[in-house]
Design a protein around this ligand. Structure first.
Ligand code: ADP
Ligand code: ZN
Ligand code: ZN
Length: 767
């Protein structure tokens, strides 16, 4: 009789590992690896996942004690290789095994079971809402002569997307709100043709291929070098990694497309991950135009039914190219030849709920397990990836960096000016806008062009800053910026937990610890104030559009504001980080960054890297049209390497300084870092749990070289919804089994009523 190793989906950290069950003959065909089964555990019915099957009974257990699988609830969703990767995730990210398996399950599958009556079979609850839409839209030849009204921006967006190739209407709707109505309107005019069909070949239809995005005649030298490296990595079949380090517009996507073509020719498929925000109709269209309905799109904005349908296309082998956000990594593609992660530096590749995995790391593990190659692309690669390429080898895989420093054809880099706001202040400037930025804005108004103003919103007003020298008080023990707490007028360190009354820091007689100025104030302006000052500065006929959390709360508001900006003749778009996408408008000739440095002051070692990435992204996108762009960066910290690097278009200026600091302070990529957050209503219990955990970790590794426990301390967000939040951080050597150690310590504490704990390995969010 065969046996199945089953991971139970019971929410407890202590239950790590699989349990063996016998498979009755009548279930043998179904109770295979990857299936969801019903079993009995501790006298209760439980849902579990089969991670392996074997013929021999498990050693050390009397055969008559082994219970049988009672029912198969869902067919196989993953294979044994995927099961091994899930087991790796559970250890690496210190989460229960079932939580690591869930991302591999079919979209919509729930853990709960129900049954109609006491003797009816159990059924898994599933959510498959949303009818599957098999309508495909494509442009007709009439589209060449059709010019939509200037205000019909949805129609224009749809046409632009379809120029890349035919697409499913459901996908268009996921990326362009209101696309379905636009398609109907365009179909009435004969511009778009809608057909119901399951399969569409992109290549065997002349009207389709004539509308598709052109394939470049010749690849650039950089592209060829990247492709050769990817081919070599694929041939090695051991999870080798190629980092395509190319500026925006250097043709990275074109490299991905060519590499996928080659993989497909070898009978292997590809998983392509893009950040949620870049998963636009154009991106999807580009992949569809090359690979037709071999492409499955997994997008969180698709209905569950839609996602299930796409997932099923992959499982059945009909789709061999999967394009999606983070979770596309878990699609049931078996013959994986390539895994591609675009914009690999993006923080959104780290999942912020359990399993708290980083897509880059799971992709590397998956590529190794499947004998595939991993391709990482970015204009601003993460320090982790750069470090591994410098080392050449990481966890047995070869890491290679290929540079693509140029754009095909001629392109001009925008002029970047860094304005020192402390100098402006000393010169009497009290406005949000420095003289250079105010003048540049007035020029834009005069020339009837468009500008984008970026306001760095994160970390706002939580700091005291000297307006004369830009200094922010730091903890003398942790060199972390101190956050300001209005209540009690206190400065607190969120690494070590120390705090000071403002007047006593660093000595009671002065205000600014650096220059002695008394202009030490909570610093921060909101988008609203920027908008108000803009209206005062600019003539009335310049449209000012504000985009932030307040103005985009309504569904579709984001898109509507962008459309308004697009349709305007002369306008300024003011917004938080979320407008970074708005920078793609070709008529934008000026990009201003109102406050480049607020993020630098977050108690987060990646603050400088994020600032640099954001500024570089801004600088790389301005002036994409005919006219050269101008970028003005306002900062109180003009000497910061991130500012100097962006101004000089020289990444090394930033990297050298940042790496030296990370090495000195023992942070990634030179070490690993875990953040464990504990929260609950009873502050006393939160404190004692945190203290005990810190003691457990110290007891285990306290004296080992490279290990260090920081805290416990209050979280930056110290109280959320009446729950107290404390955290501790654990630093470990770069090759340490951090998840194994911290996970075991967390398990040793046992479950505690009213106390929640989140173990975040290789944490990105330290708040
Ligand atoms: P990235 O992904 O790096 O931003 P893309 O692949 O989107 O760059 O390429 C930017 C633009 O350059 C696209 O319009 C693309 O069609 C074009 N392009 C890419 N490679 C070439 C090439 N070898 N020759 C000419 N144009 C190219
Ligand atoms: Zn401190
Ligand atoms: Zn000062």
């Amino acid at each position: 009789m065969p046996y199945a190793s089953v991971v139970l989906d019971i929410p407890t950290r202590a239950l790590d590992g699989a349990f063996d069950y016998a498979v009755p003959a009548e279930l043998a065909a179904e109770a295979v690896t990857g299936s969801t089964v019903l079993v009995t555990f501790a006298g209760r019915a439980a849902v579990g996942y089969v991670v392996a099957t074997h013929e021999e009974p498990p050693a050390g257990v009397a055969p008559e004690k082994i219970r049988a699988v009672e029912q198969v609830l869902a067919p196989s969703a993953f294979d044994e290789t995927a099961a091994r990767v899930a087991a790796w995730m559970a250890r690496e990210y210190a989460c229960p095994p079932a939580e690591a398996i869930r991302p591999f399950l079919a979209p919509g599958q729930k853990v709960r079971v129900t049954r109609a009556s006491a003797d009816a079979p159990w059924e898994l609850q599933t959510e498959r809402a949303g009818a599957v839409d098999d309508r495909w839209a494509r442009l007709t030849p009439a589209a060449n002569d059709y010019e939509p009204a200037r205000t019909a921006s949805r129609q224009r967006a749809v046409i632009e997307a379809l120029r890349q190739g035919p697409q499913r209407v459901a996908e268009l709707s996921a990326t362009i709100p209101g696309a379905a109505a636009a398609v109907t309107a365009l179909a009435k005019r004969g511009v778009v043709d809608v057909t119901h069909r399951r399969r569409v070949r992109g290549t065997d239809d002349t009207t389709l291929s004539s509308a598709a995005a052109p394939r470049p005649e010749r690849l650039t030298n950089g592209q060829q070098a990247a492709l050769a490296a990817i081919d070599a990595a694929r041939t090695a079949a051991r999870g080798d990694v190629v980092l395509v380090d190319g500026v925006t517009g250097s043709g990275k996507t074109e490299v991905y497309l060519a590499a996928i073509e080659r993989a497909l020719a070898d009978g292997r498929g590809a998983l392509v991950l893009v950040p949620e925000i870049s998963l636009t109709a154009q991106t999807v269209g580009r992949f569809r135009s090359r690979f037709g309905d071999e492409v499955a799109v997994l997008h969180s904005r698709l209905s569950t039914g839609e996602r299930f349908d796409q997932w099923d296309l992959v499982r059945s082998g009909r789709a061999r190219v999967v394009v999606g956000a983070r979770s596309a990594l878990f699609a049931p593609l078996r013959e994986v030849g390539l895994i591609i992660i675009d914009e690999e530096h993006e923080g959104s590749y780290k999942q912020d709920k359990s399993p708290r995995y980083h897509a880059r790391e799971v992709a590397a593990e998956l590529a190794r397990a499947r004998g595939a190659a991993l391709v990482l692309g970015s204009a601003t690669p993460s320090l982790e990836s750069l470090a591994r390429c410098r080392a050449g080898v990481f966890r047995g895989a070869r890491w290679t960096r290929v540079e693509m420093p140029e754009r095909p054809g001629a392109a001009v880099l925008p002029r970047v000016t860094v304005v020192d706001m402390a100098e402006q202040f000393r010169g009497g400037g009290r406005s949000i806008f420095s003289a250079p930025l105010a003048n540049a804005l007035l020029d834009v108004a005069r020339r009837r062009e468009k500008a984008v103003l970026l306001l760095n919103r994160r970390g706002f007003a939580n700091f005291l800053m000297c307006r004369e020298c830009g200094c922010v008080p730091e903890c003398p023990h942790c060199s972390t910026a101190l956050t300001y707490h209005e209540r009690g007028h206190m400065l607190a360190c969120h690494s070590c937990g120390r705090s000071w009354p403002v007047r006593a820091f660093p000595d009671p007689s002065t205000s600014c610890p650096n220059c002695g100025s008394r202009y030490l104030a909570a610093f921060g302006v909101g988008t609203q104030r920027v908008e108000d000052e803009l209206r005062m500065l600019l003539p009335e006929d310049v449209e000012v559009i504000r985009m932030d959390a307040d103005t985009t709360r309504a569904k579709g508001a984001h898109q509507r504001l962008l459309e308004q900006f697009d349709a305007a003749e002369c306008a300024v778009l003011v917004g938080t980080q979320m407008i970074a996408k708005g920078l793609d408008f070709p008529e934008v000739t000026l990009v201003g960054v109102v406050n480049a440095d607020t993020m630098l002051k977050l108690p987060d070692f990646r603050a400088a890297e994020r600032t640099y990435d954001l500024l570089e992204q801004v600088a790389g996108r301005a002036g994409r049209g005919e006219r050269p762009g101008e970028v003005i960066v306002q900062t109180y910290w003009a000497t910061h390497p991130a500012m100097r690097a962006v101004a000089a278009h020289d990444r090394a200026v930033f990297l050298d300084a940042e790496l030296a600091e990370r090495a000195e302070a023992h942070y990634p990529p030179f070490a690993r870092l875990a953040n464990v957050t504990v929260w609950g209503r009873a502050e006393k219990d939160v404190r004692s749990t945190c203290d005990e955990l810190a003691a457990a970790v110290r007891g285990r590794v306290g004296d080992d070289a490279g290990w260090e426990v920081l805290g416990p301390a209050e979280c930056v967000k110290a109280r959320v919804k009446d729950q107290f939040r404390r955290h501790l951080m654990v630093k470990a050597p770069a090759d340490a089994d951090l998840g194994g150690v911290v996970g075991a310590c967390a398990v040793s504490l046992g479950r505690r009523a009213g106390i929640n704990m989140a173990v975040d390995i290789d944490a990105y969010d330290l708040m």
